[in-house]
Design a protein around this ligand. Structure first.
Ligand code: AMP
Length: 423
């Protein structure tokens, strides 16, 4: 028997976890600044939350982890965040509390996909949902927040691509035009796209298969089939983005995997080494019927989700400084049982006062202790030798300037504070 991780999953080891924490802290602060509050929903839902009639995406039909619990209830591990959040929004009647509910979330999702680089079976997403309003201003707000996410992280070679699918009438007109155009070429489409032809023809636009790409070159695009209302909605979104200096690219062939999207859809694409064909960092769009489908009132919303593994990878490539581990304030150095015992209690006192301090366990050679201090990038060494102990003092050495001072035990914390403030 071997004990290995489940295929398509990964461990976040200590030397990596601080990167996740840095990214999480950054986006949480950003989203709160935009007025979003965190929501945490269960990772499992009743299967019906995801497997709805209108749902046609591969992600839901083929890739979900479904299982029965001991009471024979069919459950699904969430493959994405939106449906569970809307379930919670409706169940908790959040729409009665305020007109627009602005939520952000962070957490694992599960999809039974073929594992590849940057594609996992358990992966982390962070995202937002703004629910309760159908005006273009809310679309602009959410697209702006996606843009601010990548801008504030200083990611290079990353862009926001945007398109509109319009309202239901636009969509119906467009789908019929697309089908008319593709019908003569149906047999020349890729096998996947042939399947999509009847079930979800919009997704053909998304295909990366070379044979489809050739055929799609002259295909009609959704923008040409927008009703005047849908056109006005999209124009208003773009004007708002322009007025806020949000940089985007119009992508007339962009559609999104899920069936429920309407009006604004967008994707954040990265041209970053190591991504291969999985260049989408995140994406989102407006949904008009989802709240109603999940038992709530007829209210629209818009949201997006970033894949955190990809976001982190882009961050490592374009802005490694952001992910520098935080240096430890100080490291204790002692020489024998007696000095170590005192160093231990001084250390606990410093920790209580908010300093980050550590020492070696068990006591090591002087050289080994220095090595460990270096590994923690300690900003100061607190050295307690036999002589210092007998005098009731410690030596504090600033590891940057190499200057050192000897102070009585009672002055350790105030002197350390001074030293650290001056570096
Ligand atoms: P989606 O919900 O499919 O629109 O995905 C939104 C984002 O989540 C994508 O742009 C990816 O960054 C990320 N993502 C989706 N599926 C996976 C996966 N299997 N592994 C890693 N990241 C994923």
């Amino acid at each position: 028997m071997s004990f290995v991780k489940v295929k398509g999953t990964y461990d976040v080891l200590p030397e990596e976890s601080f990167k996740w924490q840095a990214l999480e802290a950054h986006v949480k602060a950003l989203y709160q600044r935009f007025g979003y509050q965190e929501i945490r929903t269960p990772i499992m839902e009743y299967a019906s939350v995801f497997h709805r009639d209108s749902e046609q995406s591969d992600m839901v039909t083929k890739e979900t982890y479904n299982f029965k619990d001991k009471s024979n209830r069919l459950l699904t591990l969430r493959p994405e965040g939106t449906a569970g959040i809307i379930r919670s929004y409706v169940e908790n009647k959040l729409y009665t509390k305020q007109e627009v509910t602005k939520l952000y979330y962070l957490g694992p999702n599960f999809r039974y996909e073929r594992p590849q680089k940057m594609r996992y079976r358990q992966f982390m997403q962070l995202g937002v949902e703004a629910i309760g309003d159908s005006s273009p201003t809310l679309d602009a707000e959410v697209v702006t927040l996606a843009y601010e996410t990548i801008r504030s992280l200083d990611l290079k070679n990353v862009k926001v691509c945007i398109n509109s699918l319009g309202d239901e009438q636009s969509r119906t007109q467009y789908l019929s035009a697309l089908k008319n155009y593709l019908t003569p070429f149906k047999e020349h489409l890729s096998i996947d796209s042939q399947h999509r032809f009847d079930k979800n023809p919009l997704r053909i636009l998304d295909s990366k298969a070379p044979e489809d790409q050739v055929l799609l070159k002259n295909a009609p695009i959704p923008l040409d089939y927008l009703t005047p209302d849908a056109q006005a909605h999209f124009q208003a979104v773009l004007s708002l983005l322009d007025a806020s200096d949000v940089i985007y690219e119009l992508s007339p062939r962009l559609v999104r995997g899920l069936d429920y999207y309407a009006h604004t859809v967008f994707e954040i694409q990265a041209d970053v080494e190591g991504f291969g064909s999985h260049n989408a960092l995140g994406g989102g769009g407006r949904y008009q019927h989802l709240v109603h489908e999940l038992g709530g009132p007829q209210l629209g919303g818009i949201g997006f989700a970033f894949g955190m593994e990809r976001l982190l990878h882009a961050l490592v490539v374009s802005n490694p400084d952001f992910l520098t581990p935080k240096a430890m304030d100080a490291f204790m150095i002692s020489f024998d049982d007696m000095t170590q015992e005192k160093a231990f209690s001084l250390m606990q006192n410093l920790r209580r006062q908010g300093f980050s301090v550590d020492m070696t366990f068990p006591l090591k050679s002087f050289k080994a202790q220095l090595k460990q201090a270096l590994k923690h990038a300690a900003r100061a060494l607190i050295i307690l030798g036999e002589e210092e102990l007998s005098q009731g003092q410690v030596t504090i050495k600033n590891t940057q300037t190499e200057k050192q001072v000897k102070v009585p035990f009672e002055k350790l914390s105030s002197t350390l504070k001074e030293i650290l403030n001056h570096v």
